[in-house]
Design a protein around this ligand. Structure first.
Ligand SMILES: [Mn+2]
Length: 424
């Protein structure tokens, strides 16, 4: 963790300017009928999960260029996640990927306590083979043509649940690479039947107070078809499995220009929105930092979420899921968590009464301007004040750089191997 005095010194230097900015914004918002303290409290209470795999450099199918001081074990990863939460106060939970993060549950629990973190959804991995594994996932896992391979993949998911129970997790996210690379390679119908049959067996092993998440992805690692290719199939799965099965929306898993905020609204309407994997995308990737490309889209997603706040049973899980190739992952994850908070704060500023009126009057221009007025408001002082209040850093990235955390851990951690592709 970072020495508290580093954060305190940086905050003391920035506090007076922040208070002036916050008061000015408070006056401005008050003229719009908005209580800045109420917005700040909601932002302060907001938390997003960090994926354990996000703190390492990702890489592409071309190559991976590891940074210095990369985490080598899950315990290193939890240290890095602890630093992210210490500086931002916005990331209280970590999502584990098994078997990458497999360890003694007592040790995981102890490390989480030490770093001030809790565990979010468990993520299974049946998209790559592990040493000593009896059956290969080269041609699929839960939907494989071979029953023994499917059984092995189901068993792995049940193991993830078992480990998750011991460390306080309450959800399982199923990860598959199943699909096809050639037209005719697989029967869409029979493959989906096999997937559903396997998923039902996993669902049967789900504890009563757990949720099961499935995620749609139109391509990759399979490039012609994937077994859960879009939100329609994802919704069919959640419907088929039962009331504790929900759909995850990964912002990057859509074709360019798809209206993701509308998909979110539809899933909310159906009571099947399980949560999010936040990232950003320019073409068809799911790897760029959240808010880096299209912050307005992120805001529009949060506009739907704020609109649905208070709906009974509405409790989507929020997690970042992105791959860092050219930045320090800790800096990217801090920035991304803050971008998500920013979109949430902006969505809280939407004048919903006025918006509803413009919608009823078919005043398209003013309805759009009502959203834009919220989006254009610079909420930075609100986010900074929320961090100062909880002892986090007013400006996390400069404080992190001043701490020399990366250089310090690099002395203790083994140098990472840069060969081969990475997590894509
Ligand atoms: Mn994802």
């Amino acid at each position: 963790m970072i020495d508290k005095s580093t954060i305190t010194a940086a905050n003391e230097a920035a506090e007076a300017a922040l208070r002036a900015d916050y008061d000015a914004l408070g006056e401005h918002l008050s003229r719009r009928g908005i209580d800045i303290a109420a917005v700040k409290d909601k932002v302060a209470a907001y938390g997003i999960a960090i994926p354990s795999w996000g703190v390492g450099t990702g890489g592409t199918r071309f190559a991976r260029f590891p940074g210095t001081g990369e985490p080598a074990t899950i315990f290193d990863k939890l240290d890095d996640c602890g630093v992210i939460h210490q500086l931002t106060g916005a990331t209280p939970r970590v999502s584990l990927h098994i078997p990458w993060d497999d360890a003694d549950p007592a040790d995981l629990f102890a490390k989480a306590e030490e770093t001030g973190l809790a565990f979010d959804a468990m993520n299974s991995n049946t998209f790559q083979d592990q040493p000593g594994q009896a059956h290969s996932y080269k041609f699929g896992s839960l939907s494989h043509t071979d029953a023994a391979t499917r059984a092995q993949a189901v068993e792995h998911n049940l193991y993830c649940i078992e480990l998750g129970r011991k460390i306080g997790s309450k959800a399982l996210t199923i990860w598959v690479g199943d699909g096809s690379n050639f037209p005719g390679q697989t029967s869409f119908t029979r493959q989906f039947d096999r997937y559903l049959d396997s998923a039902r067996q996993i669902y049967a092993g789900l504890p009563d107070d757990w949720r099961l998440f499935t995620e749609h992805k139109m391509f990759e690692p399979a490039f012609y078809s994937t077994v859960v290719q879009d939100w329609g199939t994802n919704y069919m799965i959640a419907q088929a499995l039962g009331e504790r099965a929900f759909c995850l929306v990964d912002l990057g898993h859509h074709a360019p220009n798809v209206n993701i905020e509308m998909i979110v609204a539809r899933l909310i309407h159906a009571g099947k929105l399980g949560g999010f994997h936040f990232n950003d995308s320019k073409y068809g990737d799911d790897d760029l930092d959240t808010g880096a490309i299209d912050p307005y889209r992120l805001f529009l997603v949060f506009n739907e979420l704020v609109d649905a706040e208070g709906t009974p049973g509405f409790d989507p899980a929020h997690m970042l899921d992105q791959s860092h190739n050219v930045t320090d992952p800790i800096e990217s994850l801090m920035n991304s968590a803050m971008e998500v908070q920013r979109a949430y704060a902006q969505a809280l500023l939407v004048d919903r009464g006025a918006l509803g009126g413009y919608q009823d009057d078919n005043d398209a221009l003013m309805a759009s301007e009502t959203l834009k007025a919220a989006f254009r408001t610079d909420v930075t002082p609100i986010l900074r004040m929320a961090r100062l209040d909880k002892g986090a850093a007013i400006d996390p990235v400069p404080a992190y750089r001043r701490s020399c955390y990366r250089a310090t851990v690099a002395e203790a951690r083994p140098k990472a191997d840069g060969s081969g592709g990475g997590i894509v």
